[in-house]
Write a protein that binds this ligand. Structure first.
Ligand code: ZN
Ligand code: ZN
Ligand code: FE
Length: 742
């Protein structure tokens, strides 16, 4: 007689709301096991009973055949005494005290649902909220864990009998798909004029919306995480009108295309880019635009050879494209610098001067999110904004630390991270904390994460910058606070991603960060481990004239650098950029060092070089200088400028004299980027440690490509965490976690 065994599995990771329990149910039936499976506050518990062989093959299949969205981060197994239950069952969720089961990101439409959407015989034919366990909204509709319908904004919609029977059948693809609905029982679409008048509903609303877009209107459309502003991407006049109304002179707009073929008519795509664009995350991917195409108006991404492209990510967008042939501009609906708008009343309040009509539906967005933004450099993924589809991002960390920790990130591109139950959870992109609305979102995001997990921090980690909103917020709390230097945190974020616990050479180049000595850093070589760091090389500082004034008016940076190398002789050049009286005033600021901190930022050097290359207007968006220099880069030019190294200082300033002689923008831009590559290797070759790179400057594709091509060792840069300031919160956490485990 064969003796039976009983095992208990406790599983954590992305295991709730992804069809994990029905998957386990089907596996248990297949292997003739009895017992049960249930969701609890940490994840999923399974008790299975049967023969040793059956249990072994069950465990193999458990890890091998996971549902598409599931991910096991941690599991434990123990033997129990047999209970001889008759069947295998799915039990009700257990509500526990220590909530730590993960809130999953929103997912775009899966292929099975897409097929049903187009199938006239399916009961969800053309149903704009079709979803299943393998796709659809999650983060945007959840109020707290566990992820059950009453805890979501689907709660007010009572399931019809047909939906109910799918929802309760463990063998159905929609078993416990929380947002399940159909045209009988689900939300309704409304097309409204900005004054609130309903113009059409449901399918007619989408038909009408398409017609409005075709005839040159700017409309708003409620997507997964908020409203998009939408218009015809081939119509230069309407794109111009959108720029005027949004006061957004040159920052490129993302474009949504009907399908991959449509993108390829306009852009050159690599294999990895195609994969990224088509993945369930449906991010915006920055790709190379083929200049010959007329499908995209030139003012969508002025002066650039790159375009941010993405595909329809909800059934709503898929159906819209049934009625539209051309690609559309789809950009987050907001006021400049503010978070994405996700409620119709705010849209009407703030953007009635921008849109004439809007498409709304009567299911609330509980948590807003922007589109995620990625690019692929030498086939490696670089995250520029982690939001819809990606965030909340969760990582299981190897640490014995049992504290609850909150990391509030930096100032620009802010995102926060919380640590609980050995998991780091990074919030979606919050934005630059320069506006009241962004700061409110920062606080709301924190409250929401506390609610998800009943989370109360025991320690807060913040940036050292005394004027960052996030730092000041942290100082106001009555909880112990630790402050981590900005560029050190950048490097630590990558060390966290790769679980590096040794001494590395960190190369952190970015816009601005507060240095240990009270000056502004941003061109740093740091020899560091998780305990401490040493600044081993840096770009020779210059005066940032008027502080932040230089960041918008980049001509000031050029002036400061030229005065440093040429003295008064620089005036003859600078009078091409300033009128006499402003030059005189600026010279006073320079000589008296009025409100002008020292600055070693590489990002700011890009700004000065871009001015020499013809960008005289004020900077209108972060990263504009870098994108301009990239578009001017000529790979046939191999030379670089002369640079000297003295002690820890990189003496690059005379290069600006050589630039004045070179005159030709593409020559200047190419030699400048080559010079940065030269500096990178000159300094880093002196160190045998692993090279870790991070910071906003490395979003520059040309620079990163050159570094990757020319390096004869692995360069560690982030693939999961944002490479810019969005990743700083992860580095802040890694700093305090490591210490506690020593
Ligand atoms: Zn689906
Ligand atoms: Zn229904
Ligand atoms: Fe930074």
């Amino acid at each position: 007689m064969i003796s039976n065994m009983r095992l208990l599995y406790c599983i954590e990771g992305m295991v709730q709301g992804v069809g994990f329990r029905p998957f386990v149910y089907a596996l248990a039936l297949r292997h003739a096991l009895s017992g049960f499976v249930l969701n609890n506050e940490k994840g999923v518990n399974i008790e299975v009973e049967g023969s040793k062989e059956s249990l072994e093959s069950f465990e193999l299949a458990l890890f091998r055949e996971l549902p598409p969205l599931a991910r096991i981060d941690f599991f434990s197994k123990e033997a129990l005494t047999c209970k001889n239950d008759k069947h295998f069952e799915i039990h009700h969720s257990e509500e526990g005290k220590n909530k730590s089961s993960l809130v999953l990101p929103d997912m775009s439409l899966c292929d099975d649902c897409l097929k049903e959407l187009h199938d006239p015989h399916n009961r969800r034919y053309h149903y704009f909220f079709i979803n299943c366990t393998n796709c659809g909204p999650r983060y945007s509709i959840i109020k707290t864990v566990p992820y059950d319908r009453p805890n979501t904004s689907m709660a007010p919609f009572v399931m019809c009998d047909a939906c109910q029977s799918e929802y309760t059948n463990p063998l159905d693809r929609r078993y416990h798909a929380q947002p399940i609905s159909c045209s009988t029982c689900g939300p309704t679409l409304f097309l409204r004029s900005i004054s609130g008048k309903v113009i059409a509903t449901d399918e007619q609303a989408l038909q009408h919306l398409a017609a409005l877009i075709r005839s040159g209107n700017i409309v708003a459309m409620k997507g997964m995480g908020g409203f998009h502003l939408v218009c015809d991407a081939s119509n230069a006049a309407v794109v111009e009108r959108l720029r005027e109304r949004k006061k957004r002179p040159s920052k490129p707009f993302a474009v949504m295309f009907k399908n991959l073929d449509a993108i390829e008519e306009v852009c050159e795509l690599t294999h990895h880019e195609k994969e990224g664009i088509c993945s369930l995350l449906r991010p915006i991917v920055l790709v190379k635009q083929n200049k010959k195409s007329r499908l995209i108006a030139p003012n969508v991404a002025p002066k650039l050879d790159r375009l941010g492209v993405f595909l329809p990510y909800t059934p709503l967008h898929v159906i819209l494209f049934e009625y539209l042939k051309k690609p559309i501009v789809a950009t987050s609906a907001n006021l400049s610098g503010e978070p994405i708008i996700y409620e119709a009343k705010t849209l009407v309040n703030k953007l009635s001067h921008v849109v004439d009509y809007y498409l709304d539906y009567n299911r609330d967005i509980v948590n807003s999110s922007d589109d995620s933004v990625l690019q692929y450099v030498e086939n490696k993924r670089i995250v520029m904004r982690s939001s819809r589809g990606m965030a909340p991002q969760s990582f299981r960390l190897k640490s014995t630390d049992d504290r609850n920790i909150l990391c509030v990130g930096a100032h620009q591109k802010n995102a926060i991270a919380i640590y609980l139950n050995h998991q780091m959870i990074i919030s979606p992109y919050i934005g630059d904390l320069d506006t009241i609305a962004s700061c409110e979102l920062f606080e709301a995001m924190l409250e929401r994460f506390k609610e998800f997990y009943d989370f109360e921090p025991e320690l807060i980690v913040a940036d050292m910058h005394p004027y960052y909103f996030s730092t000041q917020w942290a100082k106001k709390q009555t909880i112990p606070c630790v402050f981590v230097q900005h560029h050190y945190a950048h490097i630590l974020s990558v060390m966290c991603e790769y679980a590096l616990d040794e001494t590395v050479l960190g190369i952190a180049w970015d816009g601005t960060g507060y240095g240990d000595d009270g000056t502004i850093w941003g061109g740093e070589f740091l020899l560091c481990n998780t305990d401490t760091y040493e600044r081993v090389a840096y770009f020779e500082p210059f005066l940032l004239l008027g502080g932040d004034a230089s960041i918008k008016d980049t001509k000031r940076i050029l002036a400061s650098l030229l005065w440093d190398v040429l003295g008064t002789d620089a005036d003859a050049v600078l009078c091409n950029y300033f009128d006499e009286s402003s030059l005189k005033r600026l010279k006073q600021v320079y000589t008296k060092k009025i409100n002008s901190p020292l600055c070693s930022s590489v990002g700011r050097l890009f700004d000065a070089v871009a001015v020499l290359c013809g960008m005289h207007e004020r900077i209108s968006y972060d990263g504009e200088s870098g994108l301009l220099l990239e578009s001017l880069y000529d790979e046939r030019i191999q030379e670089h400028y002369t640079v000297h190294f003295e002690d820890k200082k990189i003496l690059y300033k005379p290069m600006f004299l050589q630039m004045l002689e070179d005159k030709e923008p593409s020559l200047i831009a190419s030699k400048f980027l080559n010079t940065l590559v030269y500096i990178f290797f000159e300094v880093s070759s002196k160190y045998s440690q692993k090279k870790v790179i991070a910071g906003g400057v490395f979003q520059n594709r040309t620079l990163l490509e050159q570094l990757m091509n020319k390096s004869n060792e692995t360069l560690y840069f982030p693939h999961q965490v944002a490479i810019n300031d969005g990743g700083v919160c992860a580095g802040q956490l890694y700093k305090v976690l490591q210490k506690s485990t020593h």
